[in-house]
Design a protein around this ligand. Structure first.
Ligand code: GAR
Length: 225
């Protein structure tokens, strides 16, 4: 199939808060920069800003409350039902702050992405900016990776790098990293939508070759920050 005749990639985006990555992806879809469509945005927390943003962009915005679910199994069952009702090709975790069970990860193996605010495998988990500052790193960044059962451990597709500047605070560094997230996440979805990126037999393939090391985004995208 040629790129022009490909059906748009159908997305379900999962959020927990502000949703700036979700908005960057949704705008790229609406502007026609990527051949994809956001079918639904689902938050595990009610009333978050990202839900309002999604609705204002004309996207179905739902809450599957973590707090109201009896346990993780019940939560994940409800979440799967909500996701599957929209028949997505790809599930996009965008600031979704719940740890998912191996079972859930396996259910969507090869069709679930996450963005993490560090240069994985460095700093899995929380407080990545603080940890980069404490370690006196001179470089920091973000990673887009396929989700596997291992927390923040799936194969990385694309990373952005930013300098850590003298006197940086956690919030200054976080803002610098986030500006690059809004570039690299749509870019990876675009690669999938174009059929250039694929997951086969537990490995990531780009343009017909196994991707052994992450791609690194052009540093000029963050030159202004
Ligand atoms: C992003 O910086 C993302 O990398 C991070 O949460 C932020 C969400 O911002 N995700 C994680 O820490 C996941 N472990 P957003 O809601 O404005 O997109």
């Amino acid at each position: 199939m040629s790129a022009g005749s490909r059906a748009p990639l159908q997305l379900a985006i999962l959020i927990s808060g502000r949703g700036s990555n979700m908005a960057a992806i949704a705008r790229a879809c609406l502007d026609g920069r990527i051949n994809a469509r956001v079918n639904v945005v689902i938050s595990d927390r009610p009333g978050v800003a990202g839900l309002t943003t999604a609705s204002s962009l004309g996207i179905d915005a739902q809450t599957i409350s973590w707090q109201s679910a009896r346990d993780r199994e019940v939560f994940e069952r409800e979440l799967s039902v909500a996701i599957d009702a929209h028949h997505p090709d790809l599930i996009v975790l965008a600031g979704f702050m719940r740890i998912l069970s191996p079972r859930f990860a396996e259910r969507y193996a090869g069709r679930m992405l996450n963005i993490h605010p560090s240069l994985l495998p460095k700093y899995r988990g929380l407080h990545t900016h603080r940890r980069a500052l404490e370690a006196m790193d001179t470089e920091h960044g973000a990673s887009v990776h396929f989700v596997t059962a291992e927390l923040d451990g799936g194969p990385v597709v694309l990373q952005s790098t930013v300098p850590v500047r003298p006197g940086d605070t956690e919030s200054a560094l976080s803002a610098r990293v986030q500006a690059t997230e809004h570039v690299i996440y749509p870019r990876v979805i675009e690669l999938l939508a174009e059929g250039r990126l694929a997951w086969k037999e537990g490995r990531v393939w780009l343009d017909g070759k196994v991707l052994d090391a992450p791609l690194v985004e052009d540093p000029s995208v963050h030159a202004r920050n």
